[in-house]
Ligand binder design. Structure first.
Ligand SMILES: [Zn+2]
Length: 423
C-alpha cells in the first residue's frame, strides 16, 4: 500500500466493504473462451505495460496508434527483457500487476528467479470460476460491463455488455459483413441502407442484453452525408481506408447511432485521450456531439487525459455528460487525484463513476487496478474531509455512490440488486 494519511486510511478501509460496479472491461465473451488457452509470458504485460516497455526502448512489434499489440512480441527471454522491466516496473501500469502478483502469488516483484514459477501458477489458476473467485469474491464486484462487438454470456449475468456502435465497425468491408450477417441482411449499397443496418444492429443488440454502446471522440466538425457516402463507396469497392480516410463516414454513422441510443434508453460511451496522437481523441471533440444530442446520456471515459480540466468543464456544463474514471487510475494516478480534487469544487457528485479496469486477460490485474482506484478515491475524498469541506460520513457515502450507486442508476442495473445493497 502507498502511504495514506489517517483520513484516507479510514476511507480506504471503508471501501473494502462496499459493492463495486466495474464499468469497463474487454474480457472474452464467455469464461470458457478465457480459460481454454494458456496464458503466455507476454500476456502479463498486455494491455498497457507493453506500451511503457516500448516507450523505454524495447524493440516491439507495435502498430502506429499503439493500441494493437501482438503479445507474441515479448517472449520469456529474461536477459533481453530485464533492463526494460527495470525501467517501467515502478510506473502505475506495472504497479497494478505487482499488487496482483503479491495478492495471488506472494511475489513482490517479477524476477529472473520467480517469473517461470509465477507463470506456471497463473496458468494453474486459469480455470473454471476464475471470474467468481477473483472479481466477485476478492474484488466484491457485483456487475462488470464488458466492451466487445458481441454480447457476453457469463453465469448469473455477472457480465453486462457494452457493444461497439456501428460507427466503429462500418469503416471496413469485414466490419460491414459482420453487421450484415448478425442482422440477417443480404447487402447494402449506399449510406441510407448502412444507417438502416446500423439501427437494426442497435435494436438487436439491445434485445440481446446490451446496456450501453461505445464510440470514440474524433476531430470531425459536422456530419456530412455526401462525404460519408463517398468514403463508403470506396470501402464497398474493396479499398482499405485508414481511420482518417473514413472519418466522415464514422462521424455520420455515429451521429445517427447517438440518436438511436437515446430512443433505446442506452448511454453512449466515448473513449477520450491517452493513446499515441491523442489530439485525434480529444475530449474537446465530444462537446459538439454532447450539445447536439441532449436526449442521449454520454459516458465519458478516461477524463480526457491529458486534457483533464477540459473534461471537468464539459461534464459540469452538460447534464447529459457523465465522468467515468475507468482506466485513468493506472494511466496517471497523480493527474487523476489532482483533477478530481478540482472536480470536487465543480462536478455534481451523482455524475461520477469510480471504476473500470479495462483489461483483457490475466484477470488478477483487476484486483490490482481496483486497489489503486480505492487508494485514489480515498485520497481525493479524504482531502475534502481534511480541509473541513466535507464530513467523513458524507465522504463514505460519496465513495459508495461513485463505486456503486451512480453506475447502478446510470446503466439501469436491475433494482433487485440495488435493493440488496441499499444505501
Ligand atoms: Zn477500453
Amino acid at each position: 500500500m502507498r502511504n495514506l494519511n489517517k483520513t484516507a486510511e479510514i476511507l480506504f478501509d471503508y471501501t473494502q466493504s462496499i459493492p463495486i460496479i466495474d464499468t469497463h472491461e474487454h474480457i472474452p465473451a464467455c469464461e470458457s473462451d478465457y480459460t481454454s488457452s494458456p496464458i503466455s509470458f507476454g500476456e502479463l504485460f498486455i494491455p498497457y505495460i507493453i506500451n511503457d516497455l516500448y516507450s523505454s526502448g524495447m524493440n516491439l512489434d507495435i502498430d502506429g496508434n499503439m493500441r494493437a499489440v501482438p503479445f507474441t512480441s515479448i517472449n520469456d527471454d529474461w536477459d533481453a527483457f530485464e533492463p526494460y522491466w527495470n525501467n517501467v516496473k515502478h510506473g502505475s501500469y506495472a504497479r497494478a500487476l505487482r499488487i496482483a502478483l503479491k495478492k495471488y502469488y506472494d511475489a513482490d516483484d517479477l524476477t529472473r528467479d520467480n517469473y517461470k514459477d509465477i507463470l506456471r501458477k497463473i496458468n494453474e489458476n486459469n480455470n473454471k470460476d476464475i471470474f467468481k473467485r477473483v472479481m466477485q469474491d476478492d474484488c466484491n464486484i457485483v456487475k462488470s460491463i464488458n466492451c466487445r462487438s458481441e454480447v457476453s454470456h457469463y453465469e448469473n449475468d455477472f457480465v453486462l455488455s457494452n457493444i461497439s456502435t456501428p460507427s466503429l465497425i462500418c469503416n471496413s468491408k469485414a466490419g460491414i459483413n459482420m453487421m450484415l450477417e448478425y442482422c440477417g441482411v443480404d447487402q447494402i449499397n449506399n449510406i441510407d441502407e448502412l444507417i438502416r443496418l446500423g439501427n437494426i444492429w442497435l435494436e438487436k443488440k439491445t434485445a440481446e442484453g446490451a446496456v450501453e454502446f461505445k464510440g470514440r471522440a474524433n476531430p470531425v466538425p459536422k456530419p456530412d452525408k455526401e462525404k460519408a457516402e463517398a468514403e463508403l463507396q470506396r470501402i464497398l469497392n474493396g479499398e482499405i481506408l485508414t481511420e482518417c480516410e473514413s472519418q466522415y463516414l464514422t462521424a455520420y454513422v455515429f451521429e445517427d447511432n447517438i440518436k438511436k441510443a437515446a430512443k433505446l434508453d442506452r448511454p453512449i460511451a466515448v473513449h477520450t485521450g491517452v493513446w499515441h496522437d491523442f489530439r485525434n481523441l480529444d475530449i474537446s471533440d465530444t462537446l459538439n456531439i454532447i450539445e447536439r444530442n441532449p436526449e442521449t446520456r454520454f459516458d465519458i471515459y478516461h477524463i480526457g487525459i491529458p486534457r483533464t480540466r477540459i473534461a471537468i468543464n464539459i461534464i459540469k456544463n452538460f447534464p447529459n455528460a457523465y465522468m467515468n474514471l475507468c482506466w485513468a487510475h493506472i494511466v496517471a494516478p497523480e493527474m487523476l487525484i489532482q483533477t478530481m480534487k478540482e472536480a470536487m469544487d465543480m462536478v455534481p457528485l451523482n455524475k461520477i463513476f469510480a471504476f473500470g479496469a479495462d483489461y483483457v486477460r490475466v484477470i488478477e490485474k483487476v484486483y490490482g487496478h481496483l486497489y489503486i482506484a480505492k487508494e485514489n478515491v480515498s485520497i481525493i475524498l479524504g482531502d475534502r474531509v481534511d480541509k473541513g469541506l466535507m464530513d467523513i460520513d458524507t465522504a463514505k457515502e460519496t465513495a459508495l455512490k461513485w463505486f456503486y450507486k451512480n453506475p447502478v442508476d446510470f446503466y439501469r442495473i436491475d433494482s433487485e440488486l440495488s435493493e440488496q445493497f441499499s444505501l
